[in-house]
Design a protein around this ligand. Sequence first.
Ligand code: UDB
Ligand code: ZN
Length: 186
Amino acid sequence: MYLMKDIVRDGDPVLRKVSQKVEFPLSDEDKKLADDMMEYLINSQDEKIAEKHQLRAGVGLAAPQVGVSKMMASVLVPAEDGSDKPQLKITLINPVIVRNSVQNAALSEGEGCLSVDKDVPGFVPRSDRITIKYDDFDGNSQTLRVRDYPAIVCQHEIDHLNGHLYYDKIDKKQPFELDPSTVVIS
Ligand code: UDB
Ligand code: ZN
């Protein structure tokens, strides 16, 4: 099971690399990686387990964040009403954003990152809606359309696979300046 000590921190060059495409059939090692990443998210969202192991509650985790430079990321967005059925639970393999909405969006509280210990305040402008092409565990190409908060999480994770961190996208001079048409998601 992954713990906070296993999560690579900002400054490690693996976070700035473009990840390698994953090949099919998946190796046992790649399957385990996918399982372990999702397990971290599940554990970290379980109050008791998180407390016991001092895990930061995560909604997404990309392979480079556990030191593996491969195009794989897990996303676990809990239901808004606290129900057991998550809003989005998915492992994206070789994901590519094939469509971005004209509409932009940003989280009202800005973003953070499991790999970034400092707090970098400011809006992170993203697309409100995206279409992602990715491979499933069997290597079949799939299409996923997401919007609002789940779309922000997916963009944050896909950025990791391309060597980008959220604070790269914050306007250094005017961190809380937003194009007036951008929707702010709380
Ligand atoms: C997170 N968690 O996991 F709405 F159960 C952030 C951290 C950096 C604060 C741990 C988070 O937003 N938690 C959260 C939010 C909820 C419900 C819930 C937990 N990430 C993931 C990350 O660093 N992936 O690489 C940062 C998010 C900021 C915007 C999208 C991802
Ligand atoms: Zn992150």
